[in-house]
Design a protein around this ligand. Structure first.
Ligand code: NAI
Ligand code: ENO
Length: 304
């Protein structure tokens, strides 16, 4: 139990902020944690469930004297929130965020950060399809990656934030923001779009076949429906703010899809078999690296 920052302010009280609070409480990482949410209803819920040591009714109260301010709002709201808090930050404070996109957040937030305040963007690769203050839990970040995109920030403050995320349970790496956005377009953003699309297709179909789509959902489709239940505002903002990388990956995806479509039409079993053999090896690589915490036998890899 080591206090790392005397006062931490969480702005936007949803899944990630509430998980941060519970994880900080578990580790005793903050002297005091204060929270602010835009809507009075969210602030009331937060108070009722004991989220944060204090919930403030104004963002000014929340960031006053804060040593670490973490922006936990949708990516599209970062600009407005940063503009509001910029003039209120104390010298020496660290501002960070948890947004799923990094370059657009850096461009939106940096102009509002005064001299003497350190801005260190971060992205925990951990989440669920749930949102809101009641959805958080202390274990969310355990054994998950958190990527920092320091963008030239003070090395000592970056090292401290790294230690903070490690104390929250994460593995931490540093990356260039553009590279982050491309990697996440491949591993998270485009897969979410595909899930949204597939569930949309099934929804159109279910109008024809009544409830069969729901009744006979196989595991793969169930996973798609879970992902497609994610917060619409958050995901709208991800695509609007990681436009180039997702369009690039989506272009490649549709080309491959057309190639597979042609193979099915032409009965080209060799092409399909070769393709599926290649993709299977990628899955095995992930499991052997110990990265698949959802696998039924997670914890038993890598094999002795
Ligand atoms: N949900 C997930 O699985 C993950 C989300 N993230 C990122 O974390 C951030 C927060 O996501 P969640 O906690 O899941 O969202 P959430 O929807 O649970 O909570 C977001 C909070 O921000 C507030 N908010 C929205 N617009 C606002 C505005 N203009 N001004 C002030 N407050 C505003 C909402 O009222 C809510 O309290 C997003 O940037 C998202 O990209 C990062 C990793 C995983
Ligand atoms: O729920 C899931 O499967 C996720 O993929 C969670 C998630 C969503 C957004 C992120 O930026 C990081 C992780």
């Amino acid at each position: 139990m080591t206090v790392m920052y005397n006062r931490v302010a969480l702005i936007g009280l949803g899944l990630i902020a509430s998980s941060l609070f519970w994880a900080m409480k578990r580790g005793g990482l903050a002297g005091e944690t204060v929270g602010y949410a835009r809507s009075a209803a969210t602030r009331d819920t937060a108070r009722n469930i004991g989220l944060c040591d204090r919930i403030c009714d104004s963002v000014a109260d929340a960031v006053a004297d804060a040593d670490l301010v973490i922006l936990c709002v949708p990516v599209g709201a970062m600009d407005a929130v940063a503009a509001e808090i910029g003039p209120l930050l104390k010298t020496g404070a660290v501002v960070s965020d948890v947004g799923s996109v990094k370059r657009a957040v850096i461009d939106a937030v940096s102009p509002h950060i005064p001299d003497g305040v350190h801005f260190i963007p971060a992205h925990p690769l951990a989440g669920t399809e749930q949102s809101g203050p009641e959805s958080g839990f202390a274990e969310l970040f355990d054994n998950r990656w958190c990527l920092l995109t320091p963008n030239g920030a003070d090395a000592a403050e970056v090292a401290k934030l790294r230690t903070y995320w490690e104390a929250l349970g994460s593995n931490v790496d540093e990356m260039d923001a553009d590279h982050h956005d491309l990697v996440l377009a491949v591993t998270s953003h485009t897969p979410h779009l595909i899930a949204y699309t597939m569930v949309g297709v099934a929804d159109d179909l279910s109008r024809v076949s009544e409830s069969e789509v729901v009744q006979f959902s196989a595991t793969g489709f169930r996973d798609f429906t879970r992902i497609a239940a994610s917060d619409p505002t958050m995901w709208r903002d991800v695509f609007l703010n990681n436009k180039d990388a997702t369009l690039e990956i989506l272009g490649r995806f549709t080309e491959e899809l057309f190639a597979l479509q042609r193979a099915i039409r032409q009965g080209d079993g060799d092409l399909l078999h070769d393709y599926f053999t290649r993709t299977r090896s990628i899955r095995r690589g992930i499991i052997e690296a110990g990265q698949d915490t959802d696998a039924p036998n997670f914890g038993r890899y890598p094999k002795p």
